[in-house]
Each structure stands twice: as C-alpha cells, then as structure tokens.
Design a protein. Structure first.
Length: 267
C-alpha cells in the first residue's frame, strides 16, 4: 500500500506540469460572422488544450485599445490597411498572424432597384473611418456615381471627390451601424455580415459588390508585434483555417451565399 501511495504521488507530480502548461487565449471580435467563426474554432481548440475566451466589442476602436493594453491576446475584426492606419495614428506595434475572411463590400438600396434610379441630391451613407470610407468611395466610383482624385486609392475621403454629377449628399456612419440606417437613405455602403446579424434586409440584394481584387482587405488575426511567433496563437490560427466546422459556420453566417465572402487563406 505504501508503494502504491508513492506511485500515485509520483504520477501526480509528473502530471502537474501538463496542467500548469494549459494554454489560454483571449480573442477580441465584433458580433456576427467573425465572432461566430471564432467561437466554433474555440470549441475545437479546447479539445487540443487551448482555452479560448471570446470577447465581443461593438465598435472598431476598442479592440485595438484592448490589444495594445494587453487585455486581449489577439483580435479578429480588421484588415491590414485598417491596422496600419491605427498604428500610424496611435503608435501601436501590431502584426498580422493569419488571414481570415474577405467579405465582399456592397452597395445597397431599399428604395431603388438600380443606380439609375438614385435621384439628384440623393443621400448616401458610408463608413466614417479612414480606409473603409475609401473602399466605399471606390465602389461608388466603380458604379459610375462619383469620380475621385487621381491616385487617392482606398485612402480617399469625401473631400477627394472631384465629380459628383448627381449632387449626392453623404452621411458618415460607424461601420457596424450602416445596416440599420440603410432604409433611411437612397444608397448605403454595406457589410454583409453586419446585415445578416441585424436581420434588417437581404444581404444578397446588393446592387454591386467588391471581389477578390480586394484581398488586401481580408479580416485577419492581429496580435502585438512581440507575440507574432507565439506558438499558442499560431496553433489557434491553424485550427481556424483547417476546420471544416469553421468553414461551414462562415458560409452560414454569410447567408449561405458564396458571393458575399471569400476564405482569404485559400485564395
């Protein structure tokens, strides 16, 4: 009996380091497709010894504040240009550690069935943050509604509009709120996953979408620069990108429509 007790004690000691090494991650997301996909990956990660806490934010500023402060380990809500603009403005030192989802930005109207019906002096809602506003303006230019200053690219703002033949009036709105005001304007920039989450209208009803040419804008996993090689973070990204359950959830979150998103790590 004494030997058995000693053997059990030795086994407990030998197992204790494994328990102590259990990995933990705090991942910041925004509601909708990104949160849903990360939650599915978190379940699979748990089976591999990684405990993941998924923390939802309702805006596009706080997830980076929290990451910089160390309140979360990773966030999954932004694309590289957005991250680089935040670094420039706030002095953050971040790194992209894995590609995620490229959602196809759309232009939506609940009042008109085509761009030809947009009236003179019509109202247009666009994102109020740098880069995402530029993307919306580029899509409006592609639709033939405006013309931007040469070379401005996705960094353009409403001040860079050089031609506006229909005298469109622009309302700048926080990105996640665009889905909720689309019915109040003639045309709105829209993010399909927010539209799905809001349930306000059909996310596949866009008059025009961006596409794979916008791969630079894939929402990615971002961490602090000094943690870009963290093995636990890298393993979670691998789980996310290789999980069939994650892919199925992403498809569901985008209204089961292939025209609304692209898996950026596969393209």
């Amino acid at each position: 009996m004494k030997f058995a007790r000693l053997l059990l004690a030795a086994m407990a000691l030998s197992l204790s380091p494994l328990v102590a090494e259990a990995a933990n991650l705090r991942i910041g997301v925004v509601p909708g497709a990104y949160a849903d996909a990360v939650n599915v990956a978190a379940e699979e990660a748990k089976a591999k010894g990684i405990d993941v806490e998924v923390i939802e934010f309702s805006d596009w500023t706080t997830p980076n504040v929290a990451l910089d402060a160390g309140d979360i380990d990773v966030n999954f809500f932004q694309h590289r240009p957005f991250m680089e603009n935040a670094e420039k403005q706030k002095g953050y030192k971040f790194a992209v550690v894995g590609a995620g989802i490229l959602q196809n930005l759309g232009l939506y109207s609940l009042k008109h069935k085509s761009f030809a019906e947009i009236p003179d002096g019509g109202t247009v809602a666009i994102a109020n943050d740098p880069v995402n506003q530029g993307r919306g303006l580029l899509l409006l230019q592609k639709a033939g509604l405006i013309k931007l200053r040469d070379g401005v690219g996705f960094l353009g703002t409403v001040d860079d509009i050089t031609e506006n033949p229909r005298h469109l009036k622009f309302t700048e709105v926080e990105g996640p709120q665009l889905a909720r005001i689309t019915g109040d304007v003639d045309l709105a920039q829209g993010y399909p996953h927010f539209i799905v989450a809001a349930g306000t209208f059909d996310p596949t009803s866009g008059l025009l979408y961006s596409g794979v040419e916008d791969k630079l804008f894939a929402v990615s996993f971002v961490t602090k620069e000094d943690r870009k090689d963290d093995p636990t973070i890298r393993e979670f990204v691998r789980i996310f990108q290789t999980s069939d359950a994650v892919k199925a959830q992403i498809h569901k979150s985008f209204a089961n429509s292939d025209k609304l998103y692209i898996l950026a790590w596969q393209n």
